[in-house]
Design a protein around this ligand. Structure first.
Ligand SMILES: NC(=O)C1=CN([C@@H]2O[C@H](COP(=O)(O)OP(=O)(O)OC[C@H]3O[C@@H](n4cnc5c(N)ncnc54)[C@H](OP(=O)(O)O)[C@@H]3O)[C@@H](O)[C@H]2O)C=CC1
Ligand SMILES: N[C@@H](CC=O)C(=O)O
Length: 398
């Protein structure tokens, strides 16, 4: 018989409500004791006695043994999650920002307190990638984990590319559908994808990389000329996080738009769907596909974690325990397409090589190879110029 879970839920927005809908349709040995929200005046779909704005009513209730954290505030989430884990309560969270920023500490807290933090819903919504990295690939040598990790930016790219919708209209729809973060800069700027790939990399390679050290440039400067460039090449633009082994000891992690070729699995991943490609030494390439955002898909991943907690499941971070440490750096050289406005930007970027250059009255671009570190250092210059940069995906011989 599984353990009874008495749940304290934090957040009753898109994901909280989605999780609740799923839970009532199943007959598990669990009960929602209390739900913490922020705004006591909002109308709710459940009786008011279930709700509280006082987090201590949940955190200090000895009957509540499980905390489900689904709020849209990473700082408050950190306080809630660490307090719960330190005080004997297991936690499920979907807060990728909070998890990526504090992962090493969260692992330590679990170890010291014998508690468990699960977060499948934090990475690629409904796709069970964390559990697979943790369990299925635990002894497999992984070369790369990459894909489409953000539903909102993929939704926008699909709408502007396939249906000629405007960027702003598509973003507004992604927000209305509940896919976007409260601050959508996190989605379109590639931060959300970066937090997710940092979490995935900890399970794939055993490294706890600091998100602040990782390059992320998103689709915020996308223009019609960039879409036209991709179309003319028979390619699509996607926002792609990458965590890739350079050799036995080094991994590069970055998030950039990518020119995706027809034969790539990501080519057909549209709207809020995500796709995760795992390149393994022996299993070779495997591809996971599913909804990356939305209340029910994400709620389903949270529900699966809750179900796993009934049997005291915990992540073991096996790859972090192995002796040969792997380090993250930005030394990799990649080939990029860069559409820019000010010629001076090109001089400041330290391209290793420029293979193609085009300039007309109002459209200038180069295709060339450049070190990730140099893009990282010039990120603000690139964004302020209004430039758009994309990984061409072409192999650079070293
Ligand atoms: N939406 C999605 O598709 C996905 C979201 N996520 C993550 O899930 C989390 C929730 O997202 P989502 O449901 O979309 O967000 P919403 O904005 O829809 O809901 C947020 C909820 O959190 C509550 N809240 C905010 N601050 C506090 C606080 N300090 N204490 C208690 N409750 C609080 C809000 O209360 P009130 O109702 O009173 O405003 C609201 O109910 C985020 O971390 C997000 O990144 C992960 C995967 C997918
Ligand atoms: N804002 C996120 C929600 C899920 O993680 C996204 O668009 O993917």
């Amino acid at each position: 018989m599984s353990k009874k879970l008495n749940i304290g839920l934090f957040g009753f927005g898109i994901v909280g409500q989605g999780l609740y809908d799923i839970t009532v349709s199943r007959n598990l040995n669990l009960e929602f004791k209390k739900i913490a929200i922020k705004d006591a005046t909002k109308e709710r779909t459940l009786p008011s006695h279930l709700f509280t704005t006082d987090k201590w009513e949940i955190l200090n209730d000895p009957e509540i043994n499980t905390i489900i954290e689904l709020i849209n505030d990473a700082n408050a989430a950190y306080e809630i999650v660490t307090y719960a884990l330190k005080n004997g309560k297991n936690v499920v969270s979907a807060n990728k920002k909070m998890i990526a920023l504090h992962l090493e500490e969260l692992v330590q807290i679990q170890k010291e307190n014998g508690t468990s933090l699960l977060y499948e819903g934090a990475v690629c919504g409904s796709i069970p990638i964390i559990r697979n990295l943790e369990e299925y690939y635990d002894n497999e040598l992984l070369y790369a984990v990459s894909g489409i990790f953000n539903g909102s930016s993929n939704y926008i790219l699909s709408k502007v590319f396939n249906e000629n919708q405007s960027y702003n209209d598509a973003l507004k729809k992604a927000q209305d559908l509940g896919f976007a973060e409260t601050d959508p800069t996190l989605d379109v700027g590639g931060y959300d994808a970066k937090y997710k790939v940092v979490i995935a990399a900890s399970h794939a390679y055993g490294i706890f990389a600091n998100p602040d050290d990782i390059l992320n440039i998103g689709i915020q400067n996308l223009q019609n000329s960039d879409l036209k460039y991709a179309r003319e090449k028979g390619q699509k633009l996607k926002l792609v996080p990458v965590a890739k082994k350079q050799n036995d000891k080094e991994v590069s992690i970055y998030v950039l738009p990518k020119l995706v070729k027809k034969e790539d699995f990501l080519f057909n991943v549209e709207n809020e769907y995500n796709g995760v490609s795992v390149q393994a030494a022996f299993a070779d390439q495997q591809f996971f596909f599913g909804k990356g955002a939305g209340g029910h898909p994400t709620g389903a991943a949270v529900f699966s974690d809750i179900s796993a907690l009934r049997y005291d499941y915990r992540y073991e971070y096996k790859k972090a325990l192995i002796e040969e440490k792997i380090n993250f750096n930005n030394n990799e050289v990649i080939e990029v397409y860069l559409r820019y406005n000010d010629e001076d930007l090109i001089n400041k970027l330290h391209f290793i090589d420029i293979e193609e250059r085009f300039s007309s009255k109002d459209y200038h671009y180069v295709v060339g190879s450049i070190k990730l570190e140099d893009i990282f250092k010039a990120k603000n210059l690139i964004l302020e110029d209004g430039a758009f940069i994309a990984d061409t995906g072409n192999y650079i011989a070293s």
